[in-house]
Design a protein around this ligand. Structure first.
Ligand SMILES: [Zn+2]
Length: 184
């Protein structure tokens, strides 16, 4: 199907925009969630945010069990971090919008996130010291126009941009990472 062609790569201004809340869960939103899940699975990622496919809506899809054989998709509409620990931990993160790179990012080790699902029910996700804890924060960042680059200083940003350019020139596709890690 080639959904992966829709993935926006760092440098695209859509990745720096703040997304609008989803006002109503209608067929458009259900179709968007379905196509984002298909794109995420095709790219072998564990998370994808709507702006990464060019849609400025507060919607993310996550599946941290994918790769272990089972599909366990989460669709989070208008997700909000309601609690974050002061204690942080580093994690090597990838991003479908940054082909070929892994960046160590320090984030709160424990978060509580509330989001609406496709049925309109409010769900709470409580995650600590896990891929889910990292992925939730990484994807919610995207909805506020923040990417891996916003967690780095000027030197780090320059280095990562160069790595992405080099990786793309060498044929890297979204989902390719330099080492095993989270891919969102
Ligand atoms: Zn990402």
């Amino acid at each position: 199907m080639g959904f992966m062609d829709d993935i926006r790569i760092t440098g695209d201004p859509v990745l720096e925009a703040v997304c609008e809340p989803v006002e109503r869960i209608d067929d458009d939103i259900r179709e968007l969630a379905d196509s984002m899940l298909a794109t995420m699975y095709e790219a072998d990622g564990c998370g994808l945010a709507a702006p990464q496919v060019g849609v400025l809506k507060r919607l993310v899809v996550i599946d941290v069990d994918w790769g272990h054989g089972d599909k366990n998709p989460f669709v989070l509409i208008n997700p909000q971090i309601v609690e974050a620990s002061e204690e942080t931990r580093p994690y090597g993160e990838g991003c479908l919008s940054f082909p070929g790179v892994t960046v160590e990012i320090e984030r709160p080790r424990h978060v509580v996130v509330q989001a609406t699902d496709l049925n309109g029910d409010l769900l709470q996700y409580d995650a600590a010291d896990s891929l889910l804890a990292v992925c939730l924060q990484h994807e919610i960042d995207h909805l506020d126009g923040r990417t891996l680059l916003d967690h780095l200083g000027p030197m780090g940003r320059m280095r990562v941009k160069q790595q992405v350019r080099k990786a793309i020139a060498e044929g890297a596709k979204p989902g390719d990472v330099s080492s095993p890690s989270e891919r969102g």
